[in-house]
Design a protein around this ligand. Structure first.
Ligand code: FES
Length: 105
């Protein structure tokens, strides 16, 4: 298990234990984290798992795929640190990882 924190748009922090290999989107759903919907189940068609990953962590997670980049390019509220939580898998070296949930889903 790896400790992950989600920060809601109202700055509430939700810290959970996440199993390695699971996506950040699925972990959020399992813990009823508000703001992450994951409507398409991780198929890269909805964008309802939009999070911001700080520079501190961006090079510690898998790089975005072409499909992720493409979907993000069509969404509102996208910043350089935008990622889709369904495309990031929890890894053991992510202990303390923090993702801020975007209010643009
Ligand atoms: S859950 Fe649909 S794009 Fe991530």
């Amino acid at each position: 298990m790896t400790q992950i924190t989600y920060v809601s748009t109202d700055d509430t922090r939700h810290t959970v234990d996440a199993p390695d290999g699971e996506s950040l989107m699925r972990v959020a759903l399992q813990h009823d984290i508000p703001g992450i919907v994951g409507e398409c189940g991780g198929e890269l068609t909805c964008g309802t798992c939009h999070v911001y990953v700080s520079d501190e962590w961006s090079d510690r997670v898998e790089p975005e795929s072409e499909g992720e980049r493409e979907l993000l390019s069509m969404m509102d509220g996208v910043r350089p640190e935008s990622r889709l939580a369904c495309q990031i898998r929890v890894q053991h070296d992510m202990h303390g990882f923090t993702a801020r949930i975007s209010d643009h889903q």
